[in-house]
Every structure is written in C-alpha cells, then in structure tokens.
Design a protein around this ligand. Structure first.
Ligand code: ADP
Length: 252
C-alpha cells in the first residue's frame, strides 16, 4: 500500500483558540492509483496534503508511506501547487535544475534524467526560454518535470489547474494526467471541480465540511483505461457527477 491514513485528526492551535481542521480520517491509496479529494472550502484538504508532505504533523492518528510513518518531508513525495512557482528570471533548464542544484545533486546523471524527461514531453526546444515565453500548458509541464526530477513515488497536486481558463484546463489536466500515468506515479489531486475528478481518477474521496471527515469514497467502475475526454462522453459520467454533487451538499 502506498499510503495508509489511519484515524488522522489535526487541530490548529491559535492564540485565540483552536481550529479543528481534520477529524478521524481513514483511507488508503494503492500503488499507482490516481485519487481525487473533493470537499467544501476550508474542510482541510490542503491540511491533509501538508500532512502527507511531512510539513504538518497530525494531532492524532498516523499516516504510513509504504508502511513507514511520515515524520518529515521526503524525496518520495512531490508537491505541485496551484501556481506553478516557476522563477521568471530563470530559463526552463534553470528552473528544472534548481532543486538538484540547491541539494548539491546537479550531477551529470541527474541532468541526463532531466534532459530525457524534457525531450519525452516536448520541451527540448525551449530550454533557453524564460517561463513568460511558454504557454500555460508548457509551464505546467515544466513544473511537473521539476517535481519529477527528484523521482517521487507519490505526487500531491493542490488544485494545479485552477489558474487556467476552462478550455485550456481540459487540455492541460489531460496532458498532466497522461504524464503521471506514463511515469507510473501515484497521485492525490485536490480539486473543486467534480467533472475534473471523474475525468482523471480511479477513486474520489469526498470530505465533509470542517472539521473534515471522510463522507464517502467513490470507485469509478466502468471508466478504467479511458482518456479524460472519453470519460466525459461516457454514460456513467453523469451518474457519478450526480452522486458526487449530492454528497457535496453545495448551497448557493
Ligand atoms: P481547504 O484546503 O479544504 O480549503 P485548509 O486545509 O486550507 O482547507 O484549511 C482547513 C481549516 O484550517 C480552515 O478553517 C483554515 O482556516 C484552517 N487553517 C489552515 N491552515 C492553518 C494554519 N496554518 N493555522 C491555523 N489555521 C489554519
């Protein structure tokens, strides 16, 4: 098992009181699975990713990564955020090599690995470009390749597509999804977009309003092996959309 979340709670201690963010969460993520996490704003989704990234510690319960408790940041876990956080003054090559450079690991082997990824995913001709000369999709690819440079087994994706317009988002999410699958990585995606969750995932976990608890887990049977666009056109898509919509209990 890649991830085993066992009865996890987290309460933030503030000078003016406590904020219970997560309460009694349990679920598993299998090796190679793509899992989405949806839930109302403020229900603790980012908090959960911070725990998995080793940046926060649960107040109760534990998280095991391949059977070992997470007790700090680890190269096995990569994080991709809403903004791509590419440095505007560094080129594509300068951005993807920054991490290894800071860790003193910018070795010829590491550089060759990065060159292979950049070639495989169509960025070889843009190595000397700064990010402002790239399309939104290329920027996300560059950010993903930077994350893949450390060869993580688990990728945490915190709304990485939310800054893109709707049409670009459809294409970029499918593209990033294909790269993650091709590289054989396990992924946990936080998204507000139910359609996106259904089009990309093996399973969708719905959290309740704060403090976040697991409300339900939906295995998207019948959609395995289909591309995001094929899924959107599949008869099951609407059924899953309605199931998730009811669970989310959205009010206007
Ligand atoms: P989501 O990602 O689902 O929107 P978050 O995990 O960001 O939710 O936040 C969950 C709750 O915890 C919110 O009420 C938020 O205000 C609170 N919170 C998040 N981070 C901190 C922090 N570092 N200190 C105190 N409270 C926090």
């Amino acid at each position: 098992m890649m991830i085993h979340v066992q009865n996890v709670s987290l309460t933030y201690q503030m000078p003016d009181g406590e904020t219970p963010a997560l309460r009694g969460l349990s679920f598993d993520i299998e090796e190679g699975a793509f899992v989405s996490l949806v839930g109302p704003s403020g229900c603790g989704k980012s908090t959960l990713l911070s725990i998995l990234a080793g940046l926060e510690r649960p107040t109760a319960g534990q998280v095991l990564l391949r059977g070992i408790p997470i007790d700090g940041p680890s190269p096995s876990v990569g994080y991709m955020l809403q903004k791509d956080h590419l440095f505007p003054w560094r080129t594509v090559w300068g951005n993807v090599t920054l991490g290894p450079e800071l860790q003193g690991q910018n070795t010829p082997e590491q550089q060759e690995k990065l060159r292979t990824l950049l070639r495989r995913y169509g960025l070889s001709d843009f190595l000397d470009h700064t990010p402002d000369r790239l399309s939104g999709g290329m920027r996300q690819r560059c950010a993903l390749i930077r994350t893949l440079a450390r060869d993580p087994d688990l990728l945490l994706l915190d709304e990485p597509f939310s800054a893109l317009d709707h049409t670009t988002r459809l294409a970029v999410s499918a593209d990033i999804h294909a790269i993650i699958r091709a590289e054989g990585k396990t992924a946990l995606l936080v998204t507000h977009d139910i359609s996106e969750a259904i089009s990309l995932s093996d399973r969708v976990i719905v959290l309740t309003a704060r403090p976040g608890r697991v409300r339900s887990i939906h295995t998207l049977d019948g959609l395995e092996g289909l591309s995001p666009m094929e899924r959107r056109n599949h008869p099951h898509f609407l059924r899953y959309f309605n199931d998730l919509w009811k669970e989310l209990d959205v009010h206007v």
